[in-house]
Structure formats: C-alpha cells, structure tokens
Ligand binder design. Structure first.
Ligand SMILES: Cc1cc2nc3c(=O)[nH]c(=O)nc-3n(C[C@H](O)[C@H](O)[C@H](O)COP(=O)(O)OP(=O)(O)OC[C@H]3O[C@@H](n4cnc5c(N)ncnc54)[C@H](O)[C@@H]3O)c2cc1C
Length: 167
C-alpha cells in the first residue's frame, strides 16, 4: 500500500468532478508527449498539461499519464519526447487529445526520439522510474537532450486555451 493509498482511505476527500473544476484554476502550459510505435511509421503523440521539472542535477522531469496507447508505448520503449506548444498551436493540442483534424503535425528526430518540428522547446527523456498513483502513472525521466526555440506559450486555464498577456 502506497502513502497515497493511506491518505486516500483516511480522509473524507472531495468529489472528482469538483476537484477537476477547482484544479482547473491552476494555469499550465500545454505539451505533446511523443513516442515511437514499431507498427506505425508515424510517432504517436498525446496532449498533456502534467509536465513538471523536478530536478536540475541530474535534469529530471515527470509526466502523469492515464492508461491508454501512450502509456503502453512509454512503458515498452522507456523513452519519450516532450514538445512545448506555442500560442498558435491550439490545433496541435486538440489533434493529440483525440480531435483529429486534416492537418497532421510534423515530427523531427533531433537525436533519439521524435519531437514536433515546430514547438517552443523540446526534450528527449529516458524513463528512470514510474510511480502508480491511483488512476495515473507518474513517469519520472532523465532529460538526455533538450533545446528551446522560443516564442509565446499556449496556456490552459479554467478548461480553456489562453495566451499570456503582459502585466
Ligand atoms: C489541455 C489538455 C491536457 C491534458 N493533459 C493530460 C495529462 O496530463 N495526462 C493525461 O493522461 N491526459 C491528459 N489529457 C488527455 C489526453 O490528451 C487524451 O486522453 C489522449 O487522447 C490520450 O491519448 P492516448 O493515445 O494515450 O489514448 P488512447 O489510447 O487513444 O485512449 C483514448 C481514451 O481511452 C482511454 N483508455 C484507453 N485504453 C484504456 C485502458 N486500458 N484503461 C482505461 N482507459 C483507457 C484513455 O485514458 C483515453 O481517455 C489532456 C488533454 C488536454 C486537452
């Protein structure tokens, strides 16, 4: 039994729908996790907001992924890419969240794993540990290569897309 399980059983907690509406007030960026699929010439991508930097030395990030195709691919390959989206890339976010439009986003393999050709920043990551937390898995990964191309970010806030405004 994990620490998360103990806390879950010992406290009254809140309804998941109420939690979802409340936590939506925490603004995040939007990124695409990518992984190769041996049976498919195209890399598989998935939209996430759960990308977090957790250590500088060694450079380490985590992503929180629910069961599905991406979960299976990362578990099998042990490597994944992360591409941070810019404010004009709402279409990419929708595409990789399952709303497949006609324009197929283009990937580039910079070193080991494909990331989006056009993005604000990209990371190539090797899984170092995984932690099961209820209905999601935290994939903790070492960043092996990364770079920033720059530009204004796409934000996700209160369940809507948004952009940065100067204060
Ligand atoms: C702005 C934004 C941020 C998001 N952030 C995240 C995030 O941080 N983490 C996250 O996990 N998702 C996130 N999502 C949702 C995610 O992008 C979509 O659910 C996506 O379609 C999943 O891709 P997939 O290829 O892994 O799923 P697919 O395999 O195509 O599955 C589609 C759906 O079926 C469910 N499913 C498939 N197989 C199983 C199974 N064996 N058991 C249970 N359910 C199953 C999946 O959970 C998913 O909901 C976000 C979406 C948006 C728009």
């Amino acid at each position: 039994m994990s620490t998360a399980d103990v806390l879950h059983e010992g406290l009254p907690g809140v309804e998941p729908v109420h939690f979802r509406k409340t936590v939506a007030h925490f603004a995040t960026g939007v990124a695409i996790v990518s992984c190769i699929d041996e049976g498919d010439p195209q890399p598989h991508g998935m939209t996430i907001s759960s990308f977090t930097s957790i250590s500088l030395d060694p450079p380490t990030i985590l992503v929180s992924i629910k069961p599905g195709r991406m979960h299976r691919l990362i578990s099998k390959e042990g490597w994944f890419g992360v591409s941070v989206l810019g404010e004009a890339q709402q279409g990419h976010s929708r595409y990789f969240a399952g709303d497949r439009g006609p324009a197929v986003p283009v990937f580039a393999t910079r070193n080991r794993i494909p990331t989006l050709r056009d993005c604000l920043a990209w990371f190539e990551c090797e899984v170092t540990s995984r932690i099961q937390v209820h209905d999601h898995t935290l994939f903790v990964a070492r960043v092996m290569h990364c770079d920033a191309l720059g530009g204004p970010p796409l934000l996700f806030f209160s369940s809507r897309y948004s952009a940065v405004q100067a204060l």
